[in-house]
Design a protein around this ligand. Structure first.
Ligand SMILES: Cc1cc2nc3c(=O)[nH]c(=O)nc-3n(C[C@H](O)[C@H](O)[C@H](O)COP(=O)(O)OP(=O)(O)OC[C@H]3O[C@@H](n4cnc5c(N)ncnc54)[C@H](O)[C@@H]3O)c2cc1C
Length: 336
């Protein structure tokens, strides 16, 4: 059981900045995110795009903003459970919630802050009849640890950056013993540089490029042993493989958050704007995941919401202590 003061569900920019504001009040945070890395939409959707409306930064790449937020939070030693979705919240006593993930990891704290943004990013899955029965038995939708594929034969499907980048990484670093990239069209959607790298690796025989084709079936006894690829001109080909990795992107959905007894309006959690608390005392909702009159889904608004929410959390955790606002210019930042 992981114990902390505040469990933050969602490690997007808002969850990350909340670690810092909580740390100033000597409150520890542990973050849970279904994605394998921190940063939410900034890391997952647009890491290389410049953002122009972060106060004090005329322009900053979304990925850089996340690096800075991680650095700013570091003195307060946050904990992370990444690559796991929070699926249940149980109130076990007046001052204790237990949040459990889809992998069974349990977290306990008196306060839960939901910073879940647009929700859990779910993989887009290809329409293959028996796909679900091979999940985690050779079918993976996210590559969490490339070393998992060391010495293995991998069939990657997709035409975007994720499919291209992983095909390059697994082949170039001699991790997988064989890399095949299957794509429906003859051209790719990813960065030109990545497309060129894949072409070069294909010329060197390090990536087997199978275009104008799609994986339509999976075979194997209890685990993936082969895939059936339907080619535009050549018909169906059965290809032996250890892994089938469809990388067709991720789509957000509110997911389990919708079932936690919270007041939901327009696919978002209703909050009281005095402290961003929800209808369940001890649970707060900050950032894109909440809704209230005049809500703006902007990073700077989420930073403000997290800041006010931790003040309220402090009062709940320490009802007998008075918190006096201290400027960081006066007190500096003293980590844990
Ligand atoms: C292309 C694009 C450009 C943008 N440009 C700007 C801009 O210029 N300026 C600006 O201010 N904003 C911009 N935004 C919006 C901005 O990215 C969001 O407002 C911001 O990311 C919200 O941060 P967040 O931390 O609330 O949520 P998110 O960034 O969405 O992060 C939420 C995290 O919660 C996780 N999560 C959700 N549910 C669960 C669960 N049950 N268990 C575990 N994890 C969970 C998700 O995996 C995700 O990582 C842009 C958005 C996009 C898509």
């Amino acid at each position: 059981m992981i114990k902390t003061d505040i469990i933050i569900i969602g490690a997007g920019p808002v969850g990350l900045f909340t670690i810092f504001e909580a740390g100033l009040l000597k409150l520890r945070c542990h973050l849970i995110d279904s994605l394998p890395q921190a940063g939410g939409q900034c890391s997952e959707i647009y890491p290389k795009k410049p953002i122009y409306d972060i106060p004090g930064f005329p322009s900053i790449l979304a990925g850089e903003l996340i690096d800075n937020l991680m650095e700013q939070a570091a003195p307060f030693k946050p904990g992370f459970t990444l690559g796991e979705a929070a699926v249940t919240i149980d109130k076990v006593s007046e001052n204790e919630f237990i949040v459990t993930t889809d992998k069974g990891t349990k977290h306990s704290a008196p306060i839960v802050m939901i910073a879940g943004g647009l929700g859990v990013f779910e993989p887009r899955k290809p329409p293959i009849e028996n796909l679900a029965s091979y999940e985690d038995k050779g079918v993976e939708y996210i590559i969490k640890d490339p070393n998992f594929y060391r010495g293995k034969r991998c069939v990657i499907a997709g035409g975007g950056d994720s499919a291209l980048d992983w095909a390059i990484y697994l082949a170039k670093n001699n991790i997988a013993s064989e890399v095949s990239l299957v794509h429906r069209r003859s051209s790719f959607r990813g960065h030109l540089d990545s497309v060129q790298q894949v072409m070069d690796l294909a010329d060197d025989g390090k990536v087997k490029l199978i275009t104008e084709a799609e994986v339509v079936g999976i075979g194997g006894n209890g685990k993936v042993e082969n895939v059936v690829i339907k080619h535009k001109t050549e018909g169906e080909i059965t290809k032996d493989t250890d892994h089938f990795i469809p990388l067709f992107g991720l789509k957000p959905s509110l997911g389990p958050i919708a079932d936690w007894g919270l007041e939901i309006e327009k696919n978002a959690i209703k909050v009281d704007t005095t402290d961003y608390s929800t209808n369940i005392p001890g649970i707060y909702a900050i950032g894109d995941v909440n809704t209230y009159e005049n809500k703006l889904k902007l990073i700077l608004c989420g930073f403000h919401e997290g800041t006010l929410a931790v003040q309220s959390a402090f009062a709940r955790i320490h009802p007998d202590k008075k918190n006096v606002l201290k400027y960081t210019t006066v007190n500096g930042v003293t980590g844990f």
